[in-house]
Design a protein around this ligand. Sequence first.
Ligand code: 2NL
Length: 357
Amino acid sequence: MDDLKAKYLGQIAEAGDENALEAIRVAAVGKKGEVALKMRELGKMTPEERQVAGPALNALKEEINSALAAKKAALADAALDERLRTEWLDVTLPGRPRGQGTLHPVSQASEELTAIFAELGFSVAEGPRIETDWHNFDALNIPGHHPARAEMDTFYMHRAPGDNRPPHVLRTHTSPVQIRSMELQGAPIRVICPGGVYRADYDQTHTPMFHQVEGLAIDKDISMANLKWVLEEFVKAFFEVDDVELRFRASHFPFTEPSAEVDIRCSWEGGQLKIGEGDDWMEILGSGMVHPKVIAAGGIDPEVYQGFAFGIGIDRLAMLKYGIPDLRAFFDSDLRWLRHYGFAALDMPNLHGGLSR
Ligand code: 2NL
């Protein structure tokens, strides 16, 4: 019996894992283990022998069981120690940096010019991009036969078969938003309408969707002098120059009379654009005094009220301001060119969506 005890306690001490321990348990104190076999022999013993051997076997069984339990606990402790040693986590490590998005330059330009016109007393209006042909064309004194209405320039929406009403269009300018603003608000009114517009045109300098801001000011004695001052203030603020010279060239739009295209004095010396100095002129917008028919279409009496309007391409303004040479950059969805050109908005808090546009 002492041999048995020495054998199993020795094996238990040597056991390297729980599986080894279990094998020892089965062999020693299992139902068919060595201790059980010995117990079966008790029946053949004399009562005197049995009185000694019985308690001794029970004591041996208990000793082996408690040695097994102690070793099992020791193995678990060792395993935990090993995990604590190898699986530690440095909670003081800084987080992994995440890729950062930025405002699109067109959004940035749009927010900047909205803020500038707000200081000049203009509110902001938005409208649908799918328009009635009346709001997009008729109200703006663009007649049915005008080339702007040609299939080539305008995206027309489909009508259901048998529905013979005129089709809706993707707005070709934001002027219809101004018509809607006049309808809603009446006169006097000062409003700008920035947003995306659509024309069926695609080449190196035209994309089928681009962005425009139109402005409208109507009151009893608004004149072209007011238009000139507002545009000067806008150009100075937007391009961050102290002074600027504007040149009005006679032009023609169906919705204004008289109409003028506006150039700003600039220089391209060394390929670098400087605004407000030099001998070159750069066209930046179209404008004029709102045609009386357009004022009437907005539900305002043209005998009492008059006003100016203008339209500017935001995409080109953004390109000029941030030095982006290629229109296609706007459609790349790629931040590399933005970083390359040192776009200032990368360093600015995101104001987008904070403005009602
Ligand atoms: C351009 C520049 C322009 C307008 C847009 C306008 C809007 C209303 C009434 C009268 Cl509601 N005019 N917008 C005026 C002049 C120019 O856009 O180059 N357009 C083809």
